[in-house]
Design a protein around this ligand. Structure first.
Ligand SMILES: NC(=O)c1ccc[n+]([C@@H]2O[C@H](COP(=O)([O-])OP(=O)(O)OC[C@H]3O[C@@H](n4cnc5c(N)ncnc54)[C@H](OP(=O)(O)O)[C@@H]3O)[C@@H](O)[C@H]2O)c1
Length: 259
């Protein structure tokens, strides 16, 4: 039985990814930042998927909001080694969304936090996971990236920079790790329906998220399906991008719905 590690899986898209892998018969290791939430979610997942192994770890990307917490990543993988668990699939879902960061108002440290989490911390996870995959002669890594790597939205410069950087990292890893039979790919969602929609319905009602050829936004399951495709089915695919945005980014101008 294979094991997948999914980061940031106590809420939203991460939950859908854990559930997809568990439903497909994978053991799943997941992370979140809050110990109580991780324990609660671990209990829920175990009740819902009794036939697979589920373990949660609480881990934050940064120490004091500044330095990348490499020690915690090392401890996580050492603990998995001790338990005899090999991570065959690493899904890098967690992200600092860097919401509402304004170029003339936010301090530089806000920009650095986003880059440190989305790029440097993810690289650190890849390095520790890939070392074990190399030993085992197999493995794959999937980034949950974003179509904002290619098209900008307001007040998200750090986030867009980080997602563009992730794609460069994805290609570099794919090139350097291919010889060890390790594949590295990225899913690029457009807008995903999350709990932020319920918390802020007025804002999301105004977002032109439906202005796409398919006329709808993704849900977590759509993203989980694409992640699972790369992990389980794309045997000869590496360094690839799969955009899941209803066709939003192929447009020269958005299709505005009649009502
Ligand atoms: N939502 C969208 O519309 C959208 C669109 C395009 C791409 N994406 C991408 O899809 C993925 C999932 O999006 P989402 O909206 O479901 O995410 P989300 O609701 O913002 O959840 C993000 C997850 O990342 C974790 N996280 C945040 N900062 C962290 C840090 N400093 N250290 C460790 N973990 C951290 C959070 O942990 P806690 O639970 O502990 O807070 C949470 O589990 C992300 O990579 C995002 O960039 C999302």
């Amino acid at each position: 039985m294979k094991t997948a590690l999914v980061t940031g899986a106590c809420i939203n898209t991460g939950v859908a990814i854990v559930e997809k892998f568990a439903a497909e018969g994978y053991n799943v290791v997941f992370t979140g930042r809050n110990m109580e939430k991780v324990h609660g979610k671990e209990k829920e997942y175990r009740e819902k998927y009794p036939n697979v192994g589920i373990i949660g770890y609480h881990i934050d990307s940064l120490v004091n909001d500044t330095t990348v917490n490499e020690k915690a990543v090392k401890e996580l993988f050492d603990d998995l080694d001790k338990k005899g668990i090999f991570i065959e699939t690493l899904v890098l879902n967690a992200a600092d969304q860097g919401l509402g960061q304004k170029i003339f108002e936010n301090p530089l440290t806000d920009f650095m936090k986003v880059i440190n989490t989305n790029v440097v911390w993810n690289f650190c996870l890849c390095e520790h996971a890939a070392r074990r995959m190399k030993e085992q002669g197999e493995g794959n890594i999937v980034f949950v990236n974003s179509n904002t790597a290619y098209r900008a939205i307001p007040d998200r410069i750090a986030y867009e920079t980080s997602k563009g950087g992730q794609l460069g990292m994805m290609r570099g890893l794919a090139l350097d790790l291919g010889k060890y039979n390790i594949r590295v790919n990225a899913v690029l969602p457009g807008m995903i329906r999350t709990d932020r929609w319920d918390k802020n319905p007025e804002f999301y009602a105004k977002v032109p998220s439906r202005y796409t050829p398919l006329g709808d936004v993704a849900n977590g399951e759509d993203i989980a399906d694409a992640v699972f495709y790369f992990a389980a089915h794309a045997r000869n695919t590496t360094g690839a991008e799969l955009v899941v945005d209803g066709g939003n980014t192929i447009q020269l101008y958005p299709i505005v719905p009649e009502k």
